[in-house]
Design a binder for this molecule. Structure first.
Ligand code: URA
Length: 273
């Protein structure tokens, strides 16, 4: 059977939609198959960084060369150096926005770093920006984000007053898939530095992916509701509470009872500080 160009184009569009490709964010398609663990997107930037060592008065400067960025390990090392050299939240935000070492960036429209109050005693860390977040450049603003807002409001928390929100990666993964270990590892130094600079008393970990990326634990069902400490690159320790991701709760409302218990535990802990 002959098919017309129009039918072929429609079939192609349907296939794209089934694969999760639901919008064009760049004039040219990103080559996702070139993203391998051994051949990451090279980092274009070359900059001199000051990384103060503990108890050291004069900061040392170390160049980050282009050669250093030719492997995944080098991309992580570059992220570590860049993040450690940021002494303010504003510097960190600018560094994340200009960082080219995470392969997710080339497929995203915007960098999605944080939303809320920097310096708040509560930091929420989710998984990854989705379509709405990528469009707006802000985390958790789609349906899951709206549920997160309602969950937080139930314990007197809002992103305009007393909560900061971020994710373990800062660019939308293609077709909203989970971020890979490589992608989370490259972003991790920036997450650590965000924790160090925004000084939360408590971190709410929303979902299994951030649980795995931040604490190395699999299985949100068993891990949720249990307080654990995260230790960042510079040795800062912060209590964390894993709970269900709001997107999971939208699909499985029965989980809300346990999420509610987690929120009560969170509110109690915040009262102590
Ligand atoms: N889900 C997340 O984990 N983060 C967002 O920013 C949006 C949805």
């Amino acid at each position: 059977m002959e098919i017309s160009d129009e039918q072929a184009a429609q079939a192609l569009l349907r296939w794209y939609a089934e694969m999760g490709v639901d919008e064009a964010v760049a004039p040219q398609a990103a080559d996702l198959y070139s993203w391998t663990a051994t051949k990451p997107t090279p980092i274009a930037q070359t900059r001199t960084l000051a990384r103060p060592a503990p108890n050291q008065a004069a900061p040392q400067t170390q160049p980050v060369t282009t050669e250093e960025t030719q492997s995944t390990d080098a991309a992580i090392a570059a992220a570590e150096k860049i993040a450690a050299a940021c002494d303010t939240y504003e510097a960190l935000e600018a560094a994340v926005k200009s960082f080219e070492g995470c392969p997710l960036k080339s497929g995203a429209k915007n960098t999605v770093f944080t939303d809320g109050v920097v310096g708040a005693d509560l930091l929420v860390i989710g998984e990854a920006p989705g379509r709405d977040e990528d469009q707006a450049g802000k985390p958790f603003i789609g349906r899951a984000g709206q549920l997160l807002d309602r969950m937080l409001a139930s314990i007197g928390r809002t992103r305009t007053e007393n909560t900061l929100i971020s994710n373990i990666v800062f660019w939308r993964p293609p077709a909203n898939r989970n971020p890979t270990p490589l992608e989370t590892a490259v972003c991790r130094p920036f997450v650590d530095r965000l924790i160090e600079l925004s000084t939360p008393k408590v971190i709410l970990i929303a979902g299994g992916a951030p649980l795995q990326a931040l604490l190395g634990i699999t299985g949100i069902m068993r891990a949720r509701g249990v307080w654990r400490e995260i230790e960042t690159a510079n040795g800062t320790k912060v209590p964390t509470l894993p709970t269900y991701h709001p997107a999971f709760l939208l699909r499985q409302p029965a989980g809300k009872r346990l999420a509610w218990a987690d929120l009560q535990s969170l509110a109690e802990r915040l009262k102590d500080h």
